[in-house]
Design a protein around this ligand. Structure first.
Ligand code: KIV
Ligand code: NA
Length: 262
């Protein structure tokens, strides 16, 4: 079947079909995800933790991201490929353009993702024809400022700020938004208020789609699996079956369950 575009994902939001997304960092997993019908493959800078063994995503370089994006993008046929701009690689519109262009030209990414309320950078990239995915809530690249990996937007004022940032990110031209580790009610309100697809991770059942770190849902990541994730290997015959089960669980709203939400 033909390669998916941002228009296909937007149509899914509008018809209410849940979008399934997983991370991948290499060709073998990209093909497995593609064959399972996963619509979006995120080449996340989580590779700094699950591939490189670092304690955070901060050490990841644009060269690392480009290499892994190339491995994924050249192998998959149908899934839409989003690649993370790593830590400090989009401090200015100019540096963001240089690094995003590399992820697309050399890496083969169809969209780039960046963390936080970087409206000016988003607007600039979009004006150059670069599709951008925003990322709000828990921002792993800011873990040292946030003081750990914890739920964001529990207090009303903070929730309001995240909602306003989400609306401004759409207005700046972003084509998609990731919401990480926020209360389900806030994620539902943001999803209702935005015209672009909203993909959640630890953000409850009412987002337009779900994403997990592949190695977490296969139960092979280093250390503890986050509470919002789920071990899909538990009842699966093999890795391909676990990925199919995840895809099915997202489509039928069986995942996320209450225990995965805030
Ligand atoms: O890097 C990553 O895997 C991500 C997801 C957690 C959304 O950004
Ligand atoms: Na990331």
């Amino acid at each position: 079947s033909k390669a998916l575009t941002i228009s296909d994902l937007l149509a899914m939001k509008n018809t209410g079909e849940k979008i399934s997304c997983l991370t991948a960092y290499d060709a073998s997993f990209a093909v497995l995800l593609d064959q399972a019908g996963i619509e979006v493959i995120l080449v996340g800078d989580s590779l700094g933790m699950v591939i490189q063994g670092h304690a955070s995503t901060i050490p990841v370089s644009n060269e690392d991201m480009t290499y892994h994006t190339r491995c994924v993008a050249s192998a998959r046929k149908r899934a839409f490929v989003v690649a993370d701009l790593p830590f400090a690689s989009y401090a200015t519109p100019k540096s963001a353009l240089k690094n995003a262009a590399r992820l697309m030209q050399t890496g083969g990414a169809q969209m780039v993702k960046l963390e936080g309320a970087k409206f000016e950078v988003i607007e600039f990239l979009v004006a150059q024809g670069i599709p951008v995915c925003g990322h709000l809530g828990l921002l792993p690249q800011s873990v040292n400022r946030l003081g750990g990996y914890k739920v964001q937007g529990r207090e009303p004022a903070h929730a309001q700020k995240i909602l306003e940032d989400a609306i401004a990110i759409e207005r700046a031209g972003a084509g998609m938004l990731i919401l990480e580790c926020v209360p389900s009610l806030l994620a539902a309100e943001i999803t209702r208020n935005l015209g672009i697809p909203v993909i959640g991770i630890g953000a409850g059942p009412d987002c337009d789609g779900q994403v997990l770190v592949l190695y977490d849902m296969l139960n092979i990541s280093i250390g503890n699996r986050p509470r919002f994730s789920k071990n899909f290997m538990a009842n699966a015959d093999n890795i391909a079956d676990a990925i199919r089960r995840y895809h099915q669980a997202v489509k039928t709203l069986a995942f996320p369950a209450a225990e995965h939400c805030y």
